[in-house]
Design a protein around this ligand. Sequence first.
Ligand SMILES: [Zn+2]
Length: 435
Amino acid sequence: MDFRPELSWEFMSADEIAARTLRALRNHIVNVKECSAFYRSVLSQAVPDDIRSIDDFTKLPFTERDNMAEQSSRFLGVDPSHIVETVMTLGTTGKPLPFVLTAGDLDRIAFSNALSMHSMGMTPADRVLLLSSLDRFSMDGMSHYRGAIMTGANVMRIGVGTTMHDLLQKYLQFFRPTILIGVPSELLDIAIDSRKNGFDVAACKVQKAIGIAESLHFKTMHLNASGELLEKMWDAKVFSMYSATELSVSYCDCEYRSGAHSHPELVYTEIVNDKGKPVPDGEIGELVATPLGVEGVPLVRYKTGDMTFKVTGSCSCGRHSSRLGPILGRKADCIKYNGVIVFPHNLSNALKAMEEIKDYQIVLENDTKGADAITIHVAALPALLEKIVQTIRSASGMYIPVLISNIPTIQAMRKESGVPTPIIDKRGDRVVKSA
Ligand SMILES: [Zn+2]
């Protein structure tokens, strides 16, 4: 396939993208009603000609992962003889779900990844080292491989390589990759272990790293502790890429790192609140996506369970596609604090990254009105209070009370709750363990 990223819809005006999107969604509804038994029944009342605006489209029902788990064969959009690959996706819920793809779907994934990689600056001059998995419940390695090849870059596959230090060192020394693709925590482990073995990866002149599966940014779009450490250890600029098997599409930071660009010819992206209504740009909600052009398992308004927000304003890179903020967590793991969605594990990660904090405890409770409340207890010097409050503000986007405490008090608190983890959830009758 000839890769011509400059012809992508994302470089068209916002109005042109909107007009093309509406036509594509209308065609998509015609198609899924023809080829998918599930949508033939679910959308029996939906007439494509009635979809005259995006508002009309957003009245269509959502598709949940449970729908697919319970009736996966009814989602099949092609004759089984056209399936060329079957993967088992765990999603972020951990429950396996079979997912099938046609040859056209594989080409489509390659195109999506190539557009993403082109946006973060990958060119035919790059040498790309893939550290993502080609197997084990993942399409990541395959999609990154196909995408990078499509950009014209020179690609080497090493897989998830944290246990192959000698081999990895040889790749880094002789192949001299300019771009890495892998899971941030694994890239960090590699850097730390290599340094312990007397090999500094920062000297390898890797220029960029694409982080998958884990977030590298705070809500404010600044790099989080993991992102900062990754940049420092590898001396490389880091970029986030988000994808989900069910969507067969990728969202990626461009060179300006001001949100992960969508590819409007391949997906229509929505953010909705807990009532299923669209939220304004910038407001946190659940990512709902309608992948376009999928043959094997076509979907309409798929609820990913991932929480993020749309980034407002135009991007300096010249693309006019909608952009996602960082994935802040799973819908099931968030709480509402003073009307704002907060992810306690993000607070925990921020506190964990501060060396000056000897121990901490995050306590979730109901206040006197039954609303969610958070209190953070830290074992640290009182002089650090302002810095800790600012760190929490960066991680959550809001002020959350922090109490200076000490290790024995925090340990007693943990012992009393019976929950030996940094987050205690005492809301309602619950005492829930959380990492
Ligand atoms: Zn951009």
